[in-house]
Design a protein around this ligand. Structure first.
Ligand SMILES: Cc1ncc(COP(=O)(O)O)c(C=O)c1O
Length: 397
């Protein structure tokens, strides 16, 4: 059989439960707390005029290949935008990627040989797990709590790996409104993480997909903003603040790393969507990204409040959940002996409500069976209580 000829890597890759679930979620009756999608209502109407302007004025450039590192003006725009967030960088030190997940894919190509160790949070973003698994990394999870990654445990892990003589190549972290937990890394832990990463010489990959969607509290410095030794690669994306359909993100790091990354980008897809880059640039320059962030954040606050209130009202007594200060998610721990993986089929098929089961966010794919991620960005406000009530019925069944 031709499938016998799969690479060793392909033989290891498992069927994605999530892909199967996404198919079921196409049912319009279903209330979905699953995919981390922006609500389509947040896309501003101005995008029509922006797109028309680009086609009218720059059709030849917009529909053609662009430079591999990205449209120069967009890189400059991002440097200025990141500057406002405390990251001192230049357009030349930013690579435009086809979504931030491609940024991670490129990091893996640059640093990982099969079997290399990577530290990730427990739980962590399932897309990152799957990218890292594609590169046959040995994933080591460090638990989080409501202050983000438990950096004292990270220090212990690094020390024991050092003694063993097998250091990790990367530490992957989502410091702001983490996926799936919604938790944010405290300032003290940010400083400590940067300190020990430099001390042990391990590169940090900071994934900041949600950082600009803050509901309350002070903006904390990004890890890249605290990085004086060039030990942080910062990954960002337009997916949550503008449009995931554009497939545009960025990779900001020291010049030497960006130069190497460009070589891999060339072999991946030559360049990212040129029309999309010009749209993102114009949308950004007209202040529309900031306006959309304002619209999204306002709506997210209402949806978050509705979700937490419904959890309080309907979820089994003794269950707990996180209180996100921003982003799309809350992470619930269900009281009793619930198996959220088994419950998911019943939830989707019988009760028409979807979520993502806990084990999807653990590298062993079995931990967290009593946990689930609720994404509150997509359901309409008036569907939230209905959806959570249905979910509580599933869990009691
Ligand atoms: C933490 C995190 N990183 C990256 C991504 C992927 O973003 P992109 O669409 O830019 O590939 C997501 C999407 O859900 C995410 O939650």
């Amino acid at each position: 059989m031709i499938t016998d000829q799969y690479s060793a890597r392909a033989k290891k890759v498992q069927r994605s439960e999530l892909a199967a679930l996404f198919k079921l979620t196409e049912n319009p009756e279903l209330i979905s707390f699953s995919g981390g999608f922006p609500d389509p209502d947040w896309y501003l109407d101005e995008v029509k005029a922006v797109t028309e302007k680009i086609i009218n004025e720059r059709k030849g450039i917009a529909l053609s290949y662009g430079p591999t590192p990205g449209v120069t003006d967009l890189r400059e725009y991002l440097a200025e935008r990141l500057g406002r967030q405390g990251i001192k960088t230049r357009g030349a030190d930013i690579l435009i990627t086809s979504g931030s997940l491609q940024g991670l894919d490129i990091v893996c190509r640059m640093f990982l040989d099969p079997g290399d160790r990577v530290i990730v949070e427990a739980p962590t973003y399932l897309g990152a797990i799957s990218t890292l698994e594609n590169f046959e990394a040995e994933l080591v999870q460090v638990p989080i709590d409501d202050q983000g990654m438990r950096t004292e445990l990270l220090a212990e892990t690094l020390e024991s790996m050092k003694k063993e003589g097998r250091m990790p190549k990367l530490i992957y972290t989502i410091p702001n409104f983490q996926n799936p937990s919604g938790c944010t890394m405290s300032l003290a832990r940010r400083h400590y993480l940067i300190k020990i990463a430099a001390q042990y010489g391990v590169l940090v990959v900071e994934d900041n997909a949600y950082g600009e969607l803050r509901f309350t509290g002070e903006q904390l410095p990004l890890l890249k903003a605290l990085d004086e030794d060039g030990m942080v690669i910062h990954l960002g994306t337009f997916s949550k603040v503008f449009s995931p359909g554009l497939r545009l993100g960025w990779f900001a790091a020291s010049s030497v790393l960006v130069e190497k990354a460009i070589l891999f980008k060339q072999g991946c897809d030559q360049c990212s969507n040129t029309l999309g880059q010009l749209i993102a640039l114009e949308y950004g320059r007209q202040g529309l990204i900031d306006k959309q962030i304002e619209v999204s954040t306002k709506a997210l606050i209402v949806k978050k409040e509705a979700t937490l209130a419904a959890l309080e009202k309907y979820f089994p007594a003794g269950s707990t959940w996180t209180l996100p200060e921003g982003g799309f998610y809350t992470w619930a721990t269900v009281a009793g002996h619930t198996d959220t993986v088994k419950a998911l089929n019943i939830a989707v098929e019988k009760y028409k409500v979807a979520y993502v089961a806990g084990p999807s966010f653990y590298t062993d794919h079995v931990s967290g069976a009593n946990k689930l991620r609720l994404c509150f960005s997509q359901p309409k406000v008036d569907q939230i209580a209905v959806g959570i009530k249905r979910l509580a019925q599933v869990l009691q069944e």
